[in-house]
Design a protein around this ligand. Structure first.
Ligand code: FAD
Length: 412
């Protein structure tokens, strides 16, 4: 949408082809329906949030960055707000407000939007774009085409990797797709007992072979088959990489990161002394959420009804080691369909970062999630999509050979 709007700004004849019966379906889901549009951090902060290859975006960000994106919406009447970690949301708390503005702007710019138009191929003549082919066989002539088909997750929104496959068929190297920002599965049966439980203020340590990943302090949520929540989602891409290299990957939850083992020992001694006649199960209520206690005591192999006064030093040590490192084994990640982003896609080696044009096919441009770029949560992925879209639209329209007798630029 941004590519089309920008391209139309140069007075070109623009058609946007969308395979679904409406545009922006993933955008509507973004930020749990509130759309974390971008982030107020500066350029260096941004670039660090990309899992790799962030510096590829320098040129796109130079042309159209977070301030310009915020201005785009604010100048069209949408108020924005900054939340924790500099995340930007619409004040309405509705992603539909963002989409409404984009749709109005498409209309105002004279972009022809054709729904239910699934692109299956880009046709070339002497190495240059000459048309795009729709499912059903209709060809739409054009001298420029921008592929903006997204990744492969949440495919019901429309992004089913078809754009990446078209790029691959045209000879572009494709970095294999992997799930990013994705929940993880664990081997033990805990999730069945803990599904829906949120643990706050904990820290995670993932270990696979010699590599370790240590999270910040934050939140984890148990799913029906494993773990999710901000801490897990943020590190998930690197855990997927770890899984590819190591057979055994585990995670240890530090349930009390603010306390050292010694401090915890003192605290437990105090708790157990003051509640000598209470069962250990009841005494732990001061330290752990209710639903976790049963699973925790099972893992510690302690009789839950044992009185605090009877807890041995050995058992107390076991409790402390579990509080500081409750271990679970990772069996894998959820499939790419369930990732918030796809990692991999069209290789950056074959895209000119100053224009987003393919280095192999003249007149073909790429933008958004289908290129080999992905970032952490926080508004970085949408900003990357908007920035690369803007640059692709601008470059495609600016350099158009107007003598060519065809339809113009076709952002797909
Ligand atoms: C649940 C969820 C929440 C998210 N929340 C955030 C967030 O708050 N902030 C953030 O920065 N990022 C968020 N993301 C990531 C962000 O939404 C994506 O990175 C972004 O939408 C990518 O934009 P895109 O235009 O490249 O692709 P998409 O938004 O996927 O759009 C691609 C479009 O192309 C169409 N299309 C695909 N193939 C074809 C074809 N062959 N022919 C015609 N049309 C085609 C699709 O139907 C779709 O409309 C979230 C993702 C998910 C899944």
């Amino acid at each position: 949408m941004m590519a089309a709007i920008r391209a139309a700004g140069f007075g070109q004849d623009i058609t946007l082809l969308e395979r679904k019966d409406s545009v922006g379906n993933k955008l509507l889901l973004s930020g749990k329906g509130r759309c974390n549009l971008t982030n107020a951090g500066d350029l260096e902060y941004f670039l660090k949030r990309f899992s790799k290859n962030g510096s590829f975006l320098r040129d796109a960000f130079k042309v159209f960055f977070n301030r310009q994106l915020m201005d785009f919406f604010e100048q069209r009447g949408l108020k924005l707000k900054v939340e924790r970690q500099m995340r930007i949301f619409p004040q309405t708390d509705r992603s539909a407000s963002i989409l409404d503005i984009l749709k109005k702007e498409l209309e105002k710019s004279g972009v022809e939007v054709i729904h239910k138009a699934r692109v299956v191929d880009v046709l070339l003549s002497s190495g240059k774009v000459k048309a795009v082919r729709l499912e059903g066989g209709r060809d739409i002539p054009c001298d420029k085409a921008i592929l903006a088909c997204g990744g492969a997750s949440y495919s019901f929104t429309g992004s089913d990797a078809s754009g990446i496959n078209i790029a691959g068929r045209l000879g572009h190297e494709i970095v294999p797709l992997q799930p990013g920002l994705v929940p993880l599965d664990i081997k033990q049966g805990y999730p069945k007992k803990l599904e829906g439980l949120t643990l706050r203020n904990i820290r995670l340590k993932f270990t696979g072979g010699k590599s370790q990943l240590i999270s910040e302090i934050g939140e984890l949520v148990f799913t029906s088959s494993g773990i999710s929540g901000p801490l897990v989602i943020t590190l998930s891409g690197r855990v997927v990489d770890m899984l590819a290299q190591n057979k055994d990957v585990s995670v240890e939850m530090d349930l009390k990161p603010a306390l050292s083992s010694e401090q915890l020992d003192k605290r437990l001694l105090r708790e157990f002394k003051g509640n000598a006649r209470k069962s250990v199960k009841n005494a732990l209520k001061e330290l752990l959420p209710l639903r976790l206690i049963k699973v925790f005591i099972e893992a510690a192999a302690i009789d839950p009804l044992k009185k605090c006064s009877q807890i041995t030093q050995e058992e107390r040590r076991k409790i402390i080691s579990l509080l500081k490192g409750f271990r679970m084994d990772i069996s894998g990640s959820r499939p790419i369909e369930e990732g918030m982003v796809s990692r991999g896609g069209v290789s950056l080696k074959e895209i000119n970062p100053k224009t987003m044009e393919s280095r192999l096919v003249k007149g073909l441009y790429f933008c958004g999630e289908m290129i080999d770029i992905d970032a952490d949560t926080g508004g970085f992925n949408l900003q990357a999509a908007f920035s690369t879209g803007y640059l692709a639209g601008e470059s495609a329209s600016k350099t158009r050979d107007v003598s060519l007798p065809n339809r113009g630029t076709v952002p797909i």
